[in-house]
Design a protein around this ligand. Sequence first.
Ligand SMILES: Nc1ncnc2c1ncn2[C@@H]1O[C@H](COP(=O)(O)OP(=O)(O)OP(=O)(O)O)[C@@H](O)[C@H]1O
Length: 272
Amino acid sequence: MLKIPSKTSSVSIESAATLSVENVSWSSAKSERMILSPISFSLEPGRILGVTGPNGAGKSTLLRLLYRYHMPNTGSVKINGVDIWSIPAREAARTVAAVLQEQPTDFALTVHEIVSLGRIPHRKGFSAAHGAHDTNIVLNTLDRLELSHFANRQFGTLSGGERQRVMVARALAQEPKLMVLDEPTNHLDIRHQLEVLELIRDLPLTIVTSLHDLNMATSVCDDVLILKDGRSLGFGTPETVFSEETISNAFRVTAKRDRLVSSNAKHLSFNL
Ligand SMILES: Nc1ncnc2c1ncn2[C@@H]1O[C@H](COP(=O)(O)OP(=O)(O)OP(=O)(O)O)[C@@H](O)[C@H]1O
């Protein structure tokens, strides 16, 4: 069983936001098929939502609607009560940051340069220059994520886990109120998975992350959402949503919820 320390009560959630997803649906202009059927849920500031479901269920599509990549066909995504499509793109980029599976292809950029990209939405006009305030935020973010010693390393020379940390740092330097992560533990070994999840757990932000590992989602997330065929099968705490019946139905497996002998923690196992 993965042991992720619980969120410390000292974490400040002043910078976190309320997320309200109201009746949001999406289909591609080129296809008749509804990829995400109308869905509604809300998250209190500082909560972590894990979005789960089988391949093709609509997880990435939902995340794309949250970070304003797709415009919903119906409904709205509101952050602190403000529709993200009612504000300019630059303002939206100061509100929501995304950590995606695709990483920068410019491997020659240094870690410092990549994290500095997070400050772009905060620049005035077309100025390319960083002010002292931006520089401080970048340096503090590098320090906070224990990346200072990598500041001048080229991104392409880092390991997968280190790169993932840099991408989280870039998103943090953006000073968002909501952070969206698409499968942040993909391709990472167990140690780096734990490191990234612990990092997410400690961020003083409202977070939405897609995760394939349901036991990990139970350890890290305050709330979970299960999607199947673009529809919600349940939203709420892992305890209430991750029933054997719901998991078995969502993933077409036989799911069993046991308790681990060592820690007495609940643990899901699966059979075909
Ligand atoms: N722009 C698009 N045009 C047409 N179909 C799309 C588009 N984006 C997604 N889809 C389809 O919508 C469905 C949901 O895709 P999505 O990427 O959201 O699933 P997912 O749950 O993230 O899957 P996975 O776990 O495999 O990453 C898939 O069938 C996909 O092929």
